[in-house]
Write a protein that binds this ligand. Structure first.
Ligand code: IPE
Ligand code: IPE
Ligand code: MG
Length: 261
């Protein structure tokens, strides 16, 4: 009986689809704090705890890459005090978490224009990246002073430089060559995008890389985004059909022939 139902399970239920790469806009920290009549930084601190939980869960599920939007190129527009406290928190989190991440075989990587950060923060970033560079587990990418438009324009600059130097022809500027100069060029594009906090926008996150990513929005504020909430997002992803421009029938046929072989 047990064997029978096992066999049935195999033929009728496709394997649960786990995204290789999850990208998250961790929004709602300020509102979470406000609800509790606490300063905004209290919400950002609580947000770090959520990060810890999600990193753990991603590693346990065999997700390969987790990209987190921590500070956008537009977040400098916030009150000076909040920006300063966020920078302090980034430094403290790096100091506290780097060793733990390393022990858990996580590779840490920071994307964005880091020259805007203090020397000390830049040094900590480099140290944490160096420490974890040979790890083979989950890759955690933190987008800090990152903007999708910045990413695309710096890629365009690199290609323009090559054209000016005579190393590249104008007609060789293709989507593939541009993509190869972007921050995450060596990694697969995100399969699942999550934004917490209720807003349904991209806010200059990975503009190019999200072209065919499945989008998931939730009202839940980032400090409340726990294991169950993440599970819900993963379930939503697992139930979707990704067509990449083709028809649903084509995608189903392909899945059948893949299963048969
Ligand atoms: C996201 O939370 C964290 C950062 C942008 C650094 P917010 O600080 O944007 O929280 P809300 O949107 O004001 O609630
Ligand atoms: C996006 O959140 C950036 C991060 C979460 C780091 P924001 O709170 O800055 O986005 P907007 O301003 O509401 O679009
Ligand atoms: Mg916000």
């Amino acid at each position: 009986m047990g064997q029978m139902s096992n066999a049935q399970h195999k033929t009728h239920t496709p394997p649960a689809r786990i995204p290789r790469h999850v990208a998250i806009i961790m929004d709602g920290n300020g509102r979470w704090a406000k609800q509790r009549k606490r300063p905004r930084i209290f919400g950002h601190q609580a947000g770090v705890e959520s990060v810890r939980g999600i990193v753990k869960q991603c590693a346990a599920k065999g997700i390969e890459i987790l990209t987190l939007f921590a500070f956008s190129s537009e977040n400098w527009r916030r009150p000076e005090e909040e920006v300063g406290l966020l920078m302090d928190l980034f430094l403290i989190a790096l100091e506290r978490e780097a060793n733990r991440l390393h022990k858990n075989n996580v590779r840490l990587r920071i994307i964005g224009e880091r020259s805007a950060f203090s020397d000390k923060l830049q040094r900590k970033i480099t140290e944490a990246e160096q420490l974890t560079r040979d790890n083979t587990g989950l890759i955690v990418v933190v987008a800090a002073n990152y903007g999708g438009r910045w990413d695309i324009s710096q890629a365009a600059q690199t290609l323009a430089q090559q054209v000016a130097a005579g190393a590249l022809e104008l007609r060789d500027i293709t989507p593939e060559r541009l993509a190869a100069q972007l921050s995450l060029a060596d990694l697969p594009e995100p399969d699942l995008f999550i934004r917490t906090g209720g807003e349904q926008r991209i806010s200059n996150f990975l503009l190019w890389q999200l072209a065919y990513t499945e989008l998931y929005f939730t009202e839940v504020l980032w400090p409340d985004f726990d294991e169950t909430e993440f599970e819900q997002a993963l379930n939503s992803f697992a139930g979707r059909q990704r067509r990449f421009g083709r028809t649903g029938d084509q995608v189903e046929q392909e899945a059948c022939s893949n299963n048969a072989s």
